[in-house]
Design a protein around this ligand. Structure first.
Ligand code: CU
Length: 238
């Protein structure tokens, strides 16, 4: 990790977590930068609005009919599961606004990227949580290239109707700086997912005392894309 890799996390409500690099710059500027800010505040001036992010993601609940009469509740990114495809370029800085309307503390993890901990979207690595109703801007330089995914890193624990259980994930593609190394005709992105998980003990699903009493998760439905697997086709002649 180098200084160049440090980005900045902006929290909704004007709070800011400066990176080491930003902090050093601010410290060097010293009182020179503080004075105009205080003057502006006294005058009631508004802080300049931050530049528009490259991507915006809103985490919010919605529902989807995955088969006739079969409606699932989910928590989607911009209303869809998987969320919007994020197609980034290796080495090109990106900013992503995330608004948390999921109803619980949340954050997004950018899976498999070598980026600073503050931007990584994993609380156990030091990334900040986004409280309900708040926003945060992630800013980092994506690397290395590969097809990956981004997903909630909120701990669902026994709440099997939140976080990745409820559909908070999407494709994260980091294109190589030098272009694609291979040739293909078409790119198809398919996401499989299980829905409506509920915990069952092995005693519930096996006859007799099980070798252990671990808690298993069972699901009511599975989808490929937006379609439920095993749903009866309704078109005539099927
Ligand atoms: Cu991950």
């Amino acid at each position: 990790m180098t200084d160049r890799d440090f980005g900045r996390v902006r929290l909704g409500g004007g709070r800011s977590l400066p990176s080491r690099r930003t902090f050093l710059k601010t410290a060097q500027a010293g009182a020179m930068s503080l004075l105009p800010l205080q003057s502006a505040r006294r005058a009631g001036a508004q802080a300049p609005s931050p530049a528009k992010a490259d991507y915006s993601i809103r985490i919010a609940p919605n529902s989807l009919e995955i088969a006739p009469g079969k409606v699932i509740k989910r928590t989607a990114y911009n209303g869809t599961v998987p969320g919007p495809v994020l197609r980034l370029k290796e080495g090109r800085p990106v900013t992503i606004d995330v608004t948390n309307d999921s109803g619980y503390p949340n954050l997004i993890h950018w899976h498999g990227l070598m980026i600073p901990s503050l931007q990584d979207g994993a609380a156990e690595e030091g990334s900040p949580m986004i409280e309900p109703g708040k926003s945060l801007t992630y800013s980092y330089v994506p690397k290395p290239s590969r097809t990956r995914w981004y997903h909630s890193h909120a701990m669902a624990m026994t709440g099997l109707n939140k976080s990745t259980y409820s559909g908070e994930f999407g494709f994260l593609i980091v294109e190589p700086a030098a272009g694609y190394p291979g040739a293909y005709d078409r790119e198809v992105l398919l996401a499989a997912h299980h829905w409506q998980g509920h915990g069952v003990s092995l005693q519930d699903i096996k006859k007799g005392p099980p070798p252990d009493n671990g808690l298993e998760v069972m699901y009511d439905a599975a989808t490929l894309g937006d379609r439920m697997l095993g749903a009866r086709r309704t078109d005539p002649g099927a």
